[in-house]
Design a protein around this ligand. Structure first.
Ligand SMILES: C=CC1=C(C)c2cc3[nH]c(cc4nc(cc5[nH]c(cc1n2)c(C)c5CCC(=O)O)C(CCC(=O)O)=C4C)c(C)c3C=C
Ligand SMILES: [Fe+2]
Length: 469
């Protein structure tokens, strides 16, 4: 996880010291911070700096997804020796936290991993009234889905390669930052399996990091991925007076970055050469799907960002004289609801019918090999494509530790550093807290009655069957 400690001062960098990371020695801290002021400030600042540096800091539509809405009531809980040195910190100690999904390392881990995933309210979005059902539902669905998932993980060697690859990426980013004379500790924070976000945050505190860059390993922003990890981070920071004062810069998405686009184009250009007739091959972008309601009801920018990303990759390829046909489809749907269309499996069959003979699959929503590239694309979709009449099949590897890509991520970190600012804090009055509790009790009561009625309905019972293979 955390790489070797770095404690050099960076004389060539000037940071905005208004948001100092010093944790005051005061026994308690109840700080009110004017969030609207912070928003206005951070907006103009981030937008200016992002335009100037090509950084993509797109803002999610929803208020509750926004890191700037952090609020905190808290007492500094560092042991006194830690507090002492934290408060006297004079040296800049940079941390980079990589946000990723995590995956089961053994077949034994599969069901508990699935439980963590389905227990996430950003993955199964229940109406507020039914939130108390989240964990029992997660238990039910994870048990029902585990046999199918286990088959998939068994087919790729008995576990997910995600931890190993993410650790390698973390080391590579650390090295790239060192080469650029920006020594930093790089931490891996997984959402659903080890090393969990909590573990990474704990290590960040122990290492007394003074400035933090949050870098999701998802090029495009989705409520279900980056949004979910940021929410967990926000909660951890909100509950900790010291962390809520740590200057943090968040890179929300980076699919527009030139280095990323060029690295993707390089991989595609290289893979096309393996086809007997490279110009004839269709470039088939396959992105992980999300339920339609995320985009249409919750304002998830994922689909728009994905389409723009593909446009930019194709533009880069055209500038290199590569003018192949291309298409985008969405894979890996789970559960009874409608997901983003077109679906990868249906498009493959359709392309076969249309007489497409050569096809290059390009996984585009994730930057490491994982179950959905190694099993779903390489095995299931390949078989379906060949059955459907496609003769020449290829697949672009995931970026993993491709040097040009890692260098670009290191650049993104360096560009984001100056915009780091402390998380805003606010206090809740005891009256507001009491109202919250009463409101919650009323909702719980009515929710339970409604849930009981609903759970007995045959329609709901049928819907859950759809999680089973
Ligand atoms: C950008 C990438 C991803 C999005 C968006 C995403 C949304 C999403 N996923 C599920 C359900 C499952 N995902 C699973 C595995 C999985 N998902 C992603 C990425 C995105 N998910 C990755 C990289 C992985 C693989 C991790 C690994 O172990 O290699 C799984 C488990 C596997 C399986 O049973 O198929 C589930 C389930 C939902 C419901 C969702 C959006 C709401
Ligand atoms: Fe997923």
């Amino acid at each position: 996880m955390g790489a070797a400690s770095s404690s050099r001062i960076l004389p060539h960098m000037t940071f905005n010291q208004n948001s100092a990371s010093v944790c005051p020695r005061a026994k308690s801290m109840l700080t009110f911070f004017n969030t609207s002021q912070v928003s206005a400030h951070s907006n103009s600042k981030n937008e200016k700096s992002s335009v100037a540096r090509g950084l993509c800091l797109s803002r999610p539509v929803q208020k509750d997804l926004d890191w700037r809405m952090f609020s905190s009531v808290g007492v500094c809980i560092y042991p006194s020796d830690e507090l002492e040195s934290y408060s006297h910190a004079t040296e800049e100690k940079i941390g980079v936290i990589l946000l990723n999904l995590g995956g089961p390392e053994t077949l034994h881990d599969v069901q508990p991993f699935l439980f963590n995933l389905f227990a996430d309210p950003d993955i199964i979005r229940l109406p507020r009234l039914f939130r108390f059902l989240q964990r029992p539902l997660a238990q039910l669905i994870s048990v029902l889905r585990a046999p199918k998932s286990k088959e998939g993980y068994a087919a790729i060697g008995g576990g997910s390669p995600l931890r190993k690859i993410t650790d390698e990426q973390a080391n590579a980013i650390k090295l790239a930052l060192e080469t650029k004379e920006v020594p930093a500790n790089v931490y891996v924070a997984m959402r659903y399996w080890h090393p969990f976000t909590e573990e990474a945050v704990h290590q960040i505190k122990r290492d007394r990091i003074t400035r933090l860059v949050v870098l999701p390993l998802y090029p495009q922003y989705s409520i279900s991925t980056t949004g979910s990890s940021l929410r967990v981070l926000r909660d951890l920071f909100r509950d900790d007076a010291c962390l809520s004062r740590l200057p943090v810069a968040i890179i929300q998405s980076w699919y527009k970055r030139e280095g990323y686009i060029k690295s993707m184009a390089d991989l595609i250009e290289k893979e096309l050469q393996f086809f007997p007739d490279p110009e004839e091959a269709m470039i088939f972008f396959s992105a992980h799907g999300v339920p339609v309601s995320y985009v249409e009801d919750a304002g998830d920018p994922y689909k728009d960002q994905m389409e723009e990303c593909i446009f930019l990759i194709m533009q880069e390829l055209k500038s290199r004289g590569i003018n192949n046909d291309h298409t985008l489809a969405f894979q890996s749907r789970v559960g009874p609801v409608e997901w983003l269309k077109p679906y990868t499996d249906e498009v493959l069959v359709e392309l076969g019918k249309q007489g497409v003979k050569s096809l290059l699959a390009v996984p585009v929503s994730f930057v490491s090999e994982h179950i959905e590239t190694l099993e779903e694309i390489d095995m299931e979709y390949k078989e379906l494509a060949l059955e459907s009449g496609i003769v020449n099949w290829g697949r672009v590897p995931a970026l993993n530790c491709t040097p040009s890509f890692i260098t670009d991520l290191a650049d993104a970190v360096i560009e984001a550093l100056p915009s780091a600012m402390a998380i805003s804090t606010s206090n809740t009055t005891s009256e507001e807290a009491e109202n919250d509790i009463v409101g919650y009790a009323i909702k719980l009561l009515f929710g339970s009655i409604l849930a009981f009625i609903l759970l007995l309905s045959p329609k709901v019972i049928l819907a859950f069957r759809n999680y089973i293979p």
